[in-house]
Design a binder for this molecule. Structure first.
Ligand code: UDP
Length: 321
């Protein structure tokens, strides 16, 4: 049997690098691509010596060429934290639109199946709770998050157009909040922000009154859902996430307990369009993929905390206090 070849964009990022690990483990030849704007080579350093792994330092928003056969493409390149969208809004829009277009064109040329990484952000500040795949969302196109949300909504639209017009095999995963090792300590997201603050002796900054909710999925669970979706026959979007919901204030308190910090919570203004509640309905993933998350938050947070503590950044930051 010929070895399957898969292209993973955003390979040096948080999710991309875990996907590279999974597909290497499953015996695939993995071609990673990343422009390293938000990715970090440390996430894939361990894969570089492998003969089943290749890396292209390239921007997928520009023309991409990959020599040889390709059976699958996973398009995971994109900034994914609200702080990043504010810093690099144009790149965020381009990678979701032009980058997706390039990946779809490549998939068509190679007769490859493509899975694109969409997001719970397509639901915006949702008026339906929990969010199921049939809900069309409540998105502000001109707010600061619009650059991500609308790029991802366009991504879904163009992916379905390639599916319907060209008969391309496509899959769409809607990813809910995910955490685990290789998140960036300074990417502004709640978990790395709280852990970083606890580790460096600062108070934990909860935005708003902390009553907004999120549902956090451990990265290994998410990767398993994506793996199953890619190999399934299902072409419409599927939510993958953990349906256990928690308020951000309670989450900050969990981090205080986990880290044993003596710091307290301080309240800062809620960012514009910050969704008030978010929780996936995962009935589709259960029924179609036989998937549901297995890793508890206690277990997942412990592993993630150990990872953050092992980072040289943390050790440098920590020594200052
Ligand atoms: N958040 C917070 N303090 C921080 C960073 C984030 O209270 O230092 C809040 C943020 O306003 C949001 C929630 O935590 O309500 C989750 O934020 P994150 O950026 O992790 O994900 P997203 O908003 O994209 O779900």
């Amino acid at each position: 049997m010929t070895q399957k070849r898969i292209l993973i964009t955003g390979a040096a990022g948080f999710l991309g690098s875990h996907l590279c690990d999974r597909f290497i483990k499953e015996g695939y030849h993995v071609i990673g691509m990343d422009n390293l704007i938000t990715g970090d080579m440390r996430n894939i350093e361990h894969l570089m010596p492998l003969k089943n792994f290749e890396f292209y330092h390239k921007d997928v928003s520009k023309f991409v060429h990959v020599p040889g056969e390709l059976h699958y493409i996973l398009h995971f390149a994109s900034p994914a934290s609200p702080i990043d969208y504010l810093k690099i809004p144009i790149q965020t829009l381009k990678v979701g639109s032009l980058g997706t277009h390039n990946c779809l064109g490549l998939a068509l040329a190679k007769k490859a199946r493509i899975l694109v990484a969409s997001t719970s952000e397509v639901y915006g500040d949702p008026l339906v709770h929990p969010q199921d795949e049939e809900y069309w969302g409540n998105v502000n196109p001109v707010g600061p998050r619009g650059v991500y949300d609308e790029a991802k909504r366009f991504q879904e639209a163009i992916t379905m157009a390639y599916n319907r017009f060209h008969g391309l095999e496509t899959r769409i995963v809607r990813i809910f909040n995910t955490y685990g090792p290789r998140m960036r300590l300074n990417d502004g997201r709640a978990l790395p922000a709280f852990v970083g603050q606890a580790l460096s002796g600062k108070d934990l900054t909860v935005f708003g009154d902390g009553s907004q909710t999120r549902s956090f999925c451990y990265v290994d669970d998410l990767v398993d859902g994506i793996y199953r979706l890619l190999l399934s026959d299902y072409e419409m979007p599927v939510n993958i996430g953990n349906p256990i919901e928690i308020s951000i204030k309670d989450f900050a308190e969990e981090i205080i307990k986990l880290t044993g910090t003596t710091q307290k919570i301080v309240y800062e203004p809620l960012p514009t369009d910050d969704p008030k509640q978010r929780k996936p309905n995962i009935e589709k993933a259960k029924a179609i993929l036989g998937w549901e998350p297995n890793v508890s938050r206690v277990e997942g947070l412990k592993i993630t905390y150990e990872y953050f503590k092992s980072l040289p950044e943390y050790n440098i930051v920590h020594k200052e206090f």
